[in-house]
Design a protein around this ligand. Structure first.
Ligand SMILES: *[C@@H]1O[C@H](CO)[C@@H](O)[C@H](O)[C@H]1NC(C)=O
Ligand SMILES: *[C@@H]1O[C@H](CO)[C@@H](O)[C@H](O)[C@H]1NC(C)=O
Ligand SMILES: *[C@@H]1O[C@H](CO)[C@@H](O)[C@H](O)[C@H]1NC(C)=O
Length: 516
C-alpha cells in the first residue's frame, strides 16, 4: 500500500541532479536518526470541502450500464501468457562448507521496500557464503510501525524454505551480541559497511565486505535498500532472489487468516447473489468454483498527504489545499522536489500525478466495471478523507475495506500498525480477481510483479493517457470511455520482459519464470 516509491520505480539514483527523489531523501533522513517533528499529520488545518473535479464525466458515469458480454470479458481470468514460475528440481543442498561470518542488514522504507531488501540480503549472504541474521526493520518516520520481521513474516517458514540455500539465524550468538543498531548509531565502527553504492555488483561485495567478514566475523550493511544490482548476477543468485520473494516470504498466520476471512466475505457477501448483483458473475466463474462465488477488484489507493505534496500536482481542493501542500513540501523537502518545477498541466500530461479517488473511479467505470462491482479499497489514509472518497463510493456503492469487512476485535492485532495493515492489503490484493493501483509506487510494483508471476489480471493504468484525458474539459463520456478502453487493452497483466536496470521483483520474467 504505502511505500515512498512513487515515481521512483526501483531506480533511486538519477545521477547528477541536485534535486532529491522522495525515497532516497527519506532513507537519508531516517537512517539512525530520530525524526519526528515534521511528519505530524495535524500540523496544517485544511481543507475546503472537496467537490468533484470532473462532474460532467461523473454524471454520465453514474448512469453507466455495461453490456453482459463486456462484463464477462472484463472479469475473465488472464489467459495463459506462455510463462510459468521457475521451479528448481531436486537441487542438492548448496550450503557452503563453512560460513564466512554473519551478515546483518538494517532496512528502511515501508513494507514493500523492506521486502526487496530482505530478498537482496539473502542474495548477498549467498554471494559471500555468509550466515544471514534475520534483517532488522527500521522504524519508518511516515509509517511509524515498530513491527519486527517476525511480527510480519513467518520466520520459521522463511528459514525452512531457504535451508538448502543459506544459513539463517534469528539472533546473533552471544559473542556478537554487541553488534546492534544502537552500537552503529553511536560512532563510526569498523564492522559497519556504510558506503555500498546503489545497485552494487556481486564483485563489490566480494571486494569490500568479504574482508570485513574475514577479519571480524561479522559485517553490518546499512543503508542497504537498493544496494544490489539487478543485472550481471549469476543465474542461481537471481533464482534465489525470486525464491525469497515469491516463496520464502509469507505473512504471519494471523494476517493470512484475517486476509482469507476478508476474501471470503468479498466472494460470498451476505444476502442472495441476485440481491447483491452477482448474477452475471455466475456465468463467468468456471466449473469447480464454489457456487455463487463473486469476483472482486482490489483498488490500491495511495493518496496521502506526503504523496499528494510530493507530486506537486493540483488536486482540485482549491487555494487552501494548494497552500497547505506547498507548505508541507517546503517543511519536509525544503523546495527540493523535482516536480514543483513543472506546471500541473505539464505534470498531468506526463502522467506524473497520482489519480484521485474520483479519477480512478472514472477509469474503472469507463473500463466497464458497473455499479454492482465489489471493490476492495486497499488504502491507508486518504488525503481529504471521506469527502474525497465519496465520489468513488457514488460510482461503486459496493466498496469495502478492512474496516467495513472485519470487526474491530478481528483487527485488534493490526490496529495502528502500518506494515501489518499493508501486509493485509497486499494479501487481499494478491488474491483478488483484478488488481489496480492509482499510482505507481512500491506496493503497485510489488503486486504487479507477484501477480505477473502467478499470471493474474492486473490493470496498469496508463497515467499519461489518463492525465491528458482529464485535462480535456470538453470530452464526452463515450469518447472518454473509448479512449480508456483502447488505452488499456494491453495493460492487463501480460508479462513484460525485464529490461536492464529494471527490478526483477516488478518484472519477474524472464529471471524468475520460464517459457511454459
Ligand atoms: C446501478 O445502476 C443502475 C443503472 O443506472 C441503477 O438502476 C441502479 O439503481 C444502480 N444501483 C445502485 C446500487 O446504485
Ligand atoms: C563459497 O562456497 C563455494 C562452495 O563451497 C565456493 O566455490 C566459493 O568460492 C565460496 N565463495 C566465497 C566468497 O567464499
Ligand atoms: C478533447 O477531446 C475531444 C474529443 O476527443 C477532441 O476533439 C479535442 O481535440 C480534445 N481537446 C484537447 C484540448 O485535447
Amino acid at each position: 500500500m504505502m511505500e515512498l516509491g512513487y515515481l521512483n520505480q526501483g531506480q533511486p539514483s538519477r545521477g547528477t541532479t541536485p534535486l532529491v527523489t522522495l525515497p532516497l531523501l527519506l532513507s537519508t533522513l531516517v537512517f539512525f536518526s530520530t525524526f519526528t517533528h515534521a511528519f505530524s499529520s495535524s500540523v496544517f488545518p485544511e481543507l475546503n470541502p472537496i467537490k468533484p473535479r470532473h462532474s460532467r464525466l461523473l454524471r454520465s458515469a453514474v448512469q453507466r450500464e455495461t453490456p453482459t458480454s463486456q462484463l464477462s470479458e472484463l472479469w475473465s481470468p488472464l489467459e495463459s501468457q506462455g510463462w510459468k514460475p521457475y521451479v528448481e528440481s531436486n537441487k542438492p543442498t548448496a550450503l557452503p562448507e563453512k560460513s564466512e561470518g554473519y551478515i546483518q542488514v538494517f532496512l528502511d522504507g515501508g513494507l514493500n521496500q523492506q521486502k526487496m531488501g530482505i530478498c537482496d540480503a539473502v542474495a548477498v549472504a549467498k554471494i559471500l557464503n555468509a550466515t544471514l541474521v534475520i534483517p532488522y526493520l527500521e522504524l519508518n518516520p511516515v509509517w511509524r510501525d515498530s513491527s519486527s520481521f517476525m511480527d510480519i513474516f513467518d520466520v520459521d517458514h522463511f528459514i525452512d524454505v531457504l535451508k538448502d540455500d543459506i544459513s539463517i539465524v534469528k539472533e546473533l550468538p552471544k559473542e556478537f551480541a554487541w553488534s546492534t543498531r544502537e552500537y552503529y548509531g553511536l560512532a563510526i565502527r569498523e564492522t559497519r559497511i556504510k558506503a555500498a553504492p546503489v545497485h552494487a555488483s556481486a564483485y563489490w561485495y566480494l571486494e569490500n565486505v568479504l574482508p570485513v567478514l574475514q577479519s571480524y566475523g561479522i559485517a553490518a550493511i546499512s543503508p542497504f535498500s537498493h544496494r544490489l544490482s539487478f543485472d550481471n548476477l549469476p543465474v542461481d543468485i537471481q533464482h534465489l532472489r525470486c525464491k525469497v520473494n515469491f516463496q520464502a516470504l509469507t505473512f504471519v498466520s494471523h494476517i493470512r487468516t484475517l486476509g482469507d476471512a476478508l476474501i471470503s466475505r468479498l466472494r460470498y457477501p451476505q444476502g442472495s447473489a441476485e440481491e447483491m448483483g452477482f448474477n452475471y458473475l455466475q456465468e463467468v466463474t468456471g466449473a469447480g468454483a464454489r457456487k455463487n462465488a463473486g469476483k472482486f477488484v482490489v483498488l490500491h489507493l495511495r493518496f496521502d498527504k506526503d504523496m499528494a505534496a510530493h507530486s506537486a500536482c493540483d488536486f482540485g481542493g482549491g487555494k487552501a489545499e494548494k497552500l497547505a501542500l506547498a507548505k508541507y513540501r517546503q517543511v519536509i523537502w525544503q523546495g527540493r522536489v523535482l516536480n514543483s518545477q513543472f506546471t500541473d498541466e505539464e505534470l498531468r500530461s506526463q502522467g506524473r500525478c497520482p489519480m484521485t479517488p474520483e479519477e480512478v473511479g472514472l477509469l474503472l467505470a469507463a473500463m466497464g466495471f458497473d455499479n454492482s462491482t465489489r471493490l476492495y479499497l486497499a488504502s491507508h489514509k486518504v488525503y481529504g478523507g471521506e469527502a474525497r472518497i465519496s465520489t468513488l463510493r457514488e460510482l461503486f456503492p459496493r466498496m469495502e475495506d478492512k474496516k467495513s469487512l472485519a470487526s474491530s476485535e478481528e483487527r485488534s492485532e493490526i490496529k495502528g500498525k502500518a506494515s501489518l495493515l499493508a501486509a493485509l492489503d497486499y494479501y487481499v490484493g494478491l488474491h483478488s480477481d483484478i488488481f489496480i493501483s492509482a499510482s505507481p509506487g512500491n506496493m503497485h510494483n510489488a503486486l504487479v510483479g507477484h501477480r505477473t508471476y502467478l499470471n493474474l489480471k492486473t490493470i496498469r493504468p496508463n497515467m499519461a493517457l489518463m492525465g491528458q484525458l482529464f485535462l480535456n474539459k470538453t470530452i464526452e463520456w463515450s469518447e472518454f470511455q473509448d479512449a480508456v478502453v483502447e488505452g488499456h487493452q494491453n495493460r492487463q497483466g501480460e508479462p513484460r520482459l525485464r529490461k536492464p536496470k529494471q527490478s526483477i521483483y516488478t518484472y519477474p520474467a524472464p529471471d524468475c519464470m520460464c517459457q511454459a
